[in-house]
Design a protein around this ligand. Structure first.
Ligand code: NOJ
Length: 438
């Protein structure tokens, strides 16, 4: 059997996308709470989202019903630290209760420290340009470690720095909707990198048990045009090119190999690198598509054909990307791989029989898992797969239309319905992947 016995079959979410309760129990605003007007489809916001803050016990009961082995959640920074140096006990208690409920349900909690909703107070001090941001991030991480590290073994310092910098600080399509001139961007990237390094160190120093620590990057990943050695080498080369904030190696070479990427030569010092380059336990990777067929910049891509299978967000469906990304990343970084996100947006709705039939998603999951299995069969250590997302949620600037969940959410009533794909995923989990071959 290719998937290891203790494989972490799970699902993921992020605080701002599911919790709601944006101004309750002492929480202050984050950039996604405050700066959204005018930037989100249908003028939607994450203020209520899935109301998971109040319904987490019901949601965990559904996760238990599915037999999830692991659940990756994130903590809302402004819920826990509503003002500089101030801890909000009620906000912190929410995560203690969440973790306790997961453990009681037999689900391994996996905690992401930062998944995008930067506190407004820090944004007003300069956000990822603020020289004190790494110290604030470390302080916040220490608070979480003290409260949760006895119960939570798996930690991710941050989610997709490629996107919160690339989309939030360069393209201006995500909060805080900035278009920083390219020559200034490395300064912000340096601050983010230092924040990661200090958080890893803080977790190691304060943890109540030995932890497994990583982060959850994404990045452009390319599939070889054929399996010839030349085509494979070419795909590997572009996968690790460092020409934009979305690069894989920009965000991994300094963290894992202690190497300064070209784009950062002028801003990173040897002392910085000593902080940034911390031992990590796994390479987590968020992956949805291979970039070969991506023509989102409106470029004419000769490889794209009319009717190419795409998700509701128009992302091409390219399952083999999981095999190649896992292989390339393992070859370069040598760490066990966790797929920390993979999934598809679909136009799901409640059908006449009261169920949500989503065969496209079931097929998507099967195809991607079979590719991950290929990597495992070739001896690459794959430690987990976390479907994105456990439930439909607030898809950032796209609002609520794209539905990624295994669980359908009716946002008018907050009623949950397990989709067909959820039952199928439960069977994959129960058989440790065997049902993929039936
Ligand atoms: C990446 C992000 O981590 C997550 O927040 C987002 O919803 C999914 N991918 C889908 O776009």
């Amino acid at each position: 059997m290719a998937f290891p016995k203790d494989f972490l079959w799970g699902a993921a979410s992020a605080a701002h996308q599911v919790e709601g309760a944006w101004n309750e129990d002492g929480k202050t605003a984050g950039i996604w709470d405050e700066l959204c007007p005018g930037h989100i489809a249908h003028h939607e916001s994450g203020h209520t989202a899935c109301d998971h803050y109040h319904r987490f016990r019901e949601d965990i009961a559904l996760m238990k019903q599915l037999g999830l082995k692991a659940y990756r959640f994130s903590v809302s920074w402004p819920r826990v630290i509503p003002r500089p140096h101030e801890v909000n006990p009620k906000g912190l208690q929410f995560y203690v209760d969440l973790v306790d409920a997961l453990l009681e349900a037999g689900i391994t909690p996996m905690c992401t420290v930062f998944h995008w909703n930067l506190p407004m107070w820090l944004y007003e001090m300069g956000g990822w340009f603020c020289p004190e941001a790494p110290a604030f991030f470390e302080e916040y991480t220490r608070v979480l470690s003290k409260a949760l590290s006895g119960k939570v073994k798996y930690w991710f310092t941050m989610n997709e720095p490629q996107c919160f910098i690339g989309l939030g600080y360069a393209a201006g399509t995500h909060a805080p909707f900035l278009r920083t001139p390219p020559e200034k961007l490395p300064e912000a990237i340096r601050i983010v990198m230092l924040s990661h390094g200090r958080a890893v160190k803080a977790l190691r120093e304060t943890a109540a048990q030995p932890l497994k620590i990583g982060y959850a990057p994404t990045g452009g990943c390319f599939t070889p045009e054929s399996e010839s050695p030349e085509a494979i080498e070419e795909a590997r080369r572009i996968t690790f090119a460092t020409t934009s904030p979305f690069s894989n190696s920009l965000w991994a070479d300094p963290f894992i190999l202690g190497r300064i990427p070209e784009m950062m030569q002028d801003v990173l010092s040897a002392e910085d690198l000593a902080i940034i380059h911390q031992p990590l336990d796994f390479y987590a990777y968020n992956i949805y598509q291979s970039m070969n067929l991506n023509d989102r910049d409106g470029m004419l891509n000769p490889r794209v054909w009319p009717g190419l299978p795409r998700t509701a967000l128009k992302w091409p469906i390219t399952p083999e990307c999981i095999y190649w990304a896992t292989r390339f990343l393992y070859e370069r970084y040598g760490l066990p791989v966790i797929i920390s996100e993979n999934g598809m947006a679909n136009t799901d709705f409640e059908m006449l029989d009261g169920k949500v039939h989503d065969p496209q998603r079931t097929d998507y999951i099967h195809r991607h898992l079979l590719q991950l299995e290929r990597a495992a069969e070739e001896g690459i250590p794959v430690a987990g797969y976390l479907y994105w997302s456990i439930m439909d949620n607030f898809e950032w600037a796209e609002g609520y239309d794209p539905r990624f969940g295994l669980i359908y959410v009716d946002y008018r009533t907050q009623r949950r319905i397990l989709k067909d794909s959820a039952y199928d995923y439960a069977e994959i989990i129960r058989t440790n992947g065997e049902s993929l071959h039936r």
